[in-house]
Design a protein around this ligand. Structure first.
Ligand code: FAD
Ligand code: ZN
Length: 477
């Protein structure tokens, strides 16, 4: 027993959701207490899984009256400890999981919208859209388990931001249970709606600190008929930026993904993922994975990408390139990109960064950051990859061979501090797409101005004066 919640209140909470919506046994609690990076270990005695907005509202209302904190959770794939409960006898916390709220309430093909509940798994949303000949563009490596409410609460990015924007840009309406248990019903499906402040935006990217998202209405797009994917080899990172500018001019809005991989990143994938194959004949310092999607048919699309790459080869901008000739080959290319984080584990302990800079300054960032970390830790392996078309690099670091793993992880704060300072110096951000959670609270205080922090605190104080929604996340204690 880690928390002291009055037994009568526990009984009332149980009654709201019934036995199917309640977890209390330590073995059943386990999946809700571990997180994907194993940086934190959650502590809680009670997980509640409401099946409806009314149940969620009743739970939060009751918690608010009894001073019990609520930690929202979706697929628990977040990377910054945002969904980690830290219950203590003095300050009890419960986990509020959206996983039983997984209905698609409405898909309106003519309005190009889908209204779904917070517990909908992202891949299921994508499939529902595809069945209606529509496209839901949010796409992340965790899409098989992350959920819409988590995606919106972290303002998730992923691989199609270049063309369709982050999660925020896909939302037209939102339904949220506020910290006092009232429901903000903003589930409108309008593309034009200038009626005062755009309140839904407050809750998107708020990591559960301002309320519990129960449902959202999101934009859909036409389902692409043709998709073409290629991997190209580059002599240096500057070529990636030049290629990005050129690809956008030549391919326009058809360019939907533009992902960078360093040779070191690919080497880890080739070494530790049995299914991985070298994409090109000769190794190169950098690789790009490009994808275009069009309303035309497949053959025309492949030709368009190949023509573009042919021009780039001729002018010497790229060293080599290969376009996918089948869906299996396309998947093989994406597997290389999506497996980097996992494969990196094979090389030992790692330290992760998630920075963004203006696209035009990515090469400068990579040069400066690589030099800095190599000076600090000779032999450190830089595993740089990411959504370079958005200026977002996961500048991950793997321990030097032979170094003690724990000694390397001890350098987390100093190394990420240096890397983040370089990004910020270049006009960038220390948190491009993963959020703040518990992991980057200190960085937020370091890099954001007093005025910005004051505004955030004022909003938090106004919406959640008792501080019951996800305490300690983003702004700290
Ligand atoms: P959770 O982890 O459960 O929660 C995340 C945060 O949102 C927490 O603060 C939680 O309290 C809050 N929250 C969850 N549900 C709600 C709700 N209903 N109401 C209010 N608050 C809520 N992220 C990217 O942006 N881009 C990527 O490319 C990307 N790739 C990833 C790849 C892998 C392999 C993994 C493991 C993660 C990746 N992530 C990525 C991070 C993560 O998947 C995303 O942040 C995702 O959006 C989190 O969704 P979730 O449902 O798992 O949320
Ligand atoms: Zn990413």
């Amino acid at each position: 027993m880690t928390s002291v919640i009055d037994l009568a209140v526990v009984r009332e909470l149980r009654d709201i959701v019934g036995p199917a919506g309640c977890r209390e046994d330590p073995a059943d609690l386990e999946p809700f207490l571990t997180e994907s990076r194993r940086l934190y270990r959650g502590v809680a005695d009670l997980v509640l899984m409401p099946a409806t907005t009314e149940e969620a509202a009743a739970i939060i209302g009751l918690c608010s009256r009894h001073g019990i904190a609520v930690v929202p959770q979706g697929g628990n794939t977040g990377l910054v400890g945002g969904a980690v409960a830290r219950s203590t006898p003095e300050a009890p916390e419960i986990i509020l999981s959206a996983r039983r709220m997984a209905d698609i309430r409405e898909l309106d093909p003519d309005n190009y919208t889908i209204t779904a509940e917070a517990g909908c798994v992202l891949a299921d949303l994508q499939s529902a859209a595809a069945e209606a000949d529509r496209f839901f563009p949010l796409s992340l490596a965790s899409e098989g388990s992350c959920m819409l409410g988590g995606n919106l609460s972290t303002n998730a990015g992923g691989t199609n931001v270049l063309r369709f924007g982050t999660a925020r840009e896909l939302v037209l309406g939102l339904e949220v249970v506020l910290p006092d248990g009232r429901v903000f019903d903003g589930l409108r499906s309008l593309r034009k709606d200038n009626a005062g402040f755009d309140l839904k935006q407050l809750f998107i990217g708020a990591e559960g600190t301002l309320g519990f998202i129960t449902a959202a209405t999101c934009k859909l797009y036409p389902r692409p008929r043709g998709v073409a994917t290629a991997v190209v080899a580059l002599p240096d990172a500057a070529a990636a930026i030049a290629l990005h500018s050129r690809a956008r001019l030549a391919l326009g809005d058809e360019l939907i993904a533009f992902e960078l991989m360093s040779r070191q990143a690919l080497e880890f994938v080739l070494a530790y993922l049995p299914a991985a194959r070298e994409p090109l004949a000769r190794p190169a310092p950098w690789y790009l994975l490009l994808e275009i999607a069009t309303a035309r048919d497949q053959a025309g699309t492949e030709e368009e990408l190949e023509d573009f790459l042919g021009d780039c080869l001729e002018s010497g901008l790229v060293l080599d390139g290969v376009a996918a000739r089948s869906e299996a080959q396309r998947e093989a290319f994406w597997l290389l990109r999506h497996s980097i984080s996992d494969a990196q584990k094979g090389g030992g302990a790692s330290i992760k960064n998630d920075i963004s800079v203006p696209v035009s300054r990515v090469a400068e960032f990579l040069g400066r950051a690589t030099q800095q970390v190599t000076e600090l830790v000779p032999g450190v392996r830089v595993v740089a990859f990411g959504h370079v078309g958005d200026g977002n690099i996961h500048f991950n670091l793997t321990q030097p061979p032979g170094m003690e793993a724990a000694a390397f992880v001890d350098l987390w704060d100093s190394l990420t501090g240096e890397v983040n300072a370089i990004a910020v110096d270049l006009g960038g951000s220390f948190s491009a797409e993963h959020g703040i959670g518990l992991l980057k609270v200190r960085e937020l205080r370091r890099f954001r101005s007093g005025v910005e922090l004051d505004l955030m605190r004022a909003i938090k104080q106004q919406l959640d004066p008792a501080g019951i929604m996800n305490p300690g996340k983003i702004l700290g204690d």
